[in-house]
Design a protein around this ligand. Structure first.
Ligand code: BV8
Length: 242
């Protein structure tokens, strides 16, 4: 990895980085898709068919995040330290909808699949901080309409958020690190190839080999709370040595 201090770094994270904070992943044996049908709770059609079911699905996850003692872990904190210390841009793109990266100290962050603690007006598209349940009667602060809110979440078949900014970063980064994602969901699963074609060194840090592990220059497997702090130390040793 011939990385120079100051070279731009792009980090992609998935549900695996929040697993050791107590939040379920999607495709592990005990994951979310083992308990819920994706088509019913994470698609626009599912919301049209049964909005109460979808609202309850996200209300339960929002309550878990806000009411239980769910805290950022050492992996979230290590990425924030990298952003603070690396003498160049570190852009963090997360597929996760929890707020553990923010609470861990990261600021240069894109939630490409939306945010659990935000609601979106169905009429205007405006987005609001929202920590309570969203119900069929919830009133939109923008339109004033009762029943006018949905979770600010990117469902399957919907356009992920800030894709232009993400594609720009994929073309310019010199290091692409993928952490805690199974590499099943596109366009995120294709980012490693785009970064690699643009000349970046690509690294996978994951509990086990993801479906795209062969696409990476380097793949290190183990729990994020062990791998990510060690990897960040390795990067910052570059800075000290410079
Ligand atoms: C789009 C909602 C057009 C939020 C989510 C056929 C082929 C290819 C693509 C498609 C296709 N048919 C349809 C598509 C497109 C579709 C797609 O990819 N479908 C898949 C299922 C085939 N994608 C879309 O519809 C996307 N939109 O394509 O629009 C477009 C295209 C390009 C450019 C512009 C527009 C929209 C996708 C977003 C859908 N919303 N969720 C929510 O409810 O949370 S996706 C859902 O999966 C989550 O967002 C999650 O982030 C995402 C990915 O899952 P992971 O984060 O990877 O989690 P997973 O459980 O899978 O893996 C966890 C990993 O962690 C595992 O590898 C595990 O080993 C590891 N791990 C576990 N513990 C640890 C650990 N690692 C480290 N430490 C640990 N302790």
């Amino acid at each position: 990895m011939n990385l120079k201090p100051g070279d731009p770094i792009l980090v992609l994270t998935g549900a695996g980085i929040s697993k050791e904070s107590g939040l379920d992943t999607f495709r592990d044996a005990d994951g979310i898709w083992a308990k819920h049908d994706l088509a019913d709770v994470a698609t626009p059609d599912g919301f049209r068919r049964n909005p109460a079911l979808v609202l309850d699905f996200y209300n339960a996850r929002r309550r878990q995040l806000t009411e239980q003692d769910v805290q950022p872990n050492a992996a979230h904190r290590a990425l924030a330290a990298l952003e603070r210390t690396w003498p160049g841009e570190v852009l963090l793109v997360t597929q996760n909808i929890d707020d553990l990266h923010e609470r861990g100290g990261s600021a240069n962050l894109i939630h490409m699949h939306g945010e659990l603690l935000k609601a979106r007006c169905l009429d205007t598209g405006s987005v609001f901080d929202w920590r309570d349940d969203i119900t069929l009667d919830s009133r939109s602060p923008a339109s004033g309409q009762s029943g006018g809110l949905r979770p600010h979440i990117v469902w399957f078949g919907e356009m992920p958020i800030e894709m232009d900014r993400i594609y720009d970063a994929l073309m310019t980064c010199r290091l692409f690190v993928s952490i805690g994602t199974s590499g099943h969901v596109y366009p995120a699963a294709g980012f490693v190839q785009q970064a690699s074609m643009a000349g970046a060194w690509t690294v996978e840090l994951n509990l086990e080999a993801s479906s795209g592990h062969g696409l990476f220059d380097e793949a290190i497997h183990g729990p994020a709370t062990e791998l990510v702090p060690a990897f960040v130390d390795r990067l910052l040793a570059h800075v000290d040595a410079a």
